[in-house]
Write a protein that binds this ligand. Structure first.
Ligand code: FA5
Length: 342
């Protein structure tokens, strides 16, 4: 038998034997028997040096090809063992997470989160970006930058928690982000800014010391109140899943001119009048207005060229309306009877 025949026989034996190997350890051991220093193939290859020069070029070359085939067969088997092992773990360790746990009551998204996501979703579809509001902000951003200097009576309405002598306050309104947005965002600006805000406030059925707002800011050439009305009407119609009419009344906020109180048509009584709209058909919902020229100028935006609107939607109020929740305190309480309804 020639060296080449021996090599081919060995390759056949190896290939047959590999089929019976099922673990990495046995494979490594067998690889040693064939390929290591005293392995069968290594011993066989030593015979090449005894061949004549011309045989080395022909037979020697072919034996090396057989050697590569043997090495490849080991690699193929190693991969097959690895795949089989993964498949076995998947089979044996698989747990069906969708099977309900016997005593589980189901998980729930908090109603505020649910409404917030819905609001974000509508605005994102209208081309708005979303940015989280700061919870701790500066006195400057919360008040001065939005046209509420230290002596302005509007400060009284948003008494807040001061972080002693640092110049920082707990944000009382998501409007505290107006100057950051105007500073950081290239025009055209179309952003909504949801966030948690805090006020030193006595709690009653509709007022909390900690609640959520969504600020909206749009700045571009030619923006007017019609754009504000369109955006909020679209959002509210989607939230209540029906056509909503909008009414605007004059309102005052130092950082908008003109300022408006935007009322929504009652989503419940369809003009028949009910307790929720207090028999008025309108529900006061979103304070808003055209951004005051002073606020634009504060960040170098020329009010002669650009205009913009802003609004500050109270998320708790919207969620209370949508789900007919009668006390704001419920949002903060871990009452499973309340939470499990959503
Ligand atoms: C503001 O906070 C203004 N920053 C809104 C604004 C933004 C006006 C941009 C113009 C332009 P106001 O204090 O009214 O406004 O609060 C806005 C909304 O937050 C209210 O309509 C209400 O839904 C909600 N809100 C206010 N105070 C409380 C409170 N104590 N508890 C729960 N929700 C509140």
């Amino acid at each position: 038998m020639s060296l080449l025949d021996d090599a081919r026989d060995l390759a056949d034996t190896v290939s047959r034997h590999l089929q019976s190997i099922t673990t990495d350890e046995t494979l490594t051991e067998y690889r040693g028997d064939i390929l290591w220093k005293n392995g069968d193939l290594t011993k066989l290859m030593k015979g090449i040096k005894d061949l004549s020069d011309s045989e080395k070029r022909t037979i020697g070359k072919d034996v090396n090809i057989v050697k590569d085939r043997i090495i490849e067969a080991f690699e193929t088997r190693r991969e097959a063992i690895a795949i089989a092992s993964i498949e076995r773990s998947i089979r044996e360790e698989y747990e069906d997470m969708s099977i309900p746990y016997p005593h589980m009551r189901g998980t729930h998204v908090h109603p505020l989160t649910r409404v917030r996501r819905e609001v974000e979703d509508v605005f994102v579809r209208m081309g708005f970006s979303v940015r989280e509001s700061d919870e701790i902000t500066t006195e400057y951003a919360n008040f001065d930058a939005v046209n509420i200097p230290a002596t302005h009576p509007a400060r009284d309405m948003q008494d807040t928690f001061w972080l002693s002598d640092t110049g920082y306050v707990l944000a009382t309104q998501t409007s505290c982000m107006q100057n950051t947005i105007l500073r950081d965002t290239p025009i055209p600006i179309r952003t909504i800014i949801p966030g948690r805000v805090f006020r030193n406030e006595a709690v009653d059925a509709t007022h909390e010391n900690t609640f959520y707002q969504v600020e909206g800011i749009v700045v571009d050439r030619g923006i007017h109140l019609g754009h504000l009305k369109y955006c909020l009407q679209t959002m509210l119609s989607e939230i209540f899943q029906k056509h909503i009419d909008i009414r605007m009344r004059p309102g005052f906020f130092p950082f908008v001119e003109p300022g408006v109180e935007l009322d929504s048509s009652c989503p419940f009584c369809d003009g028949k009048w009910c307790r929720i709209c207090k028999h008025s058909w309108w529900i006061e919902l979103v304070p808003a207005g055209m951004i005051h020229p002073n606020v634009l100028r504060e960040w170098g935006v020329d009010p002669e060229i650009y205009s913009g609107f802003a609004f500050g939607l109270g998320l708790n109020r919207l969620a209370m309306l949508k789900y007919a929740i009668d006390h704001i305190r419920l949002f903060m309480e871990p009452d499973i009877r309340f939470l499990s309804q959503f």
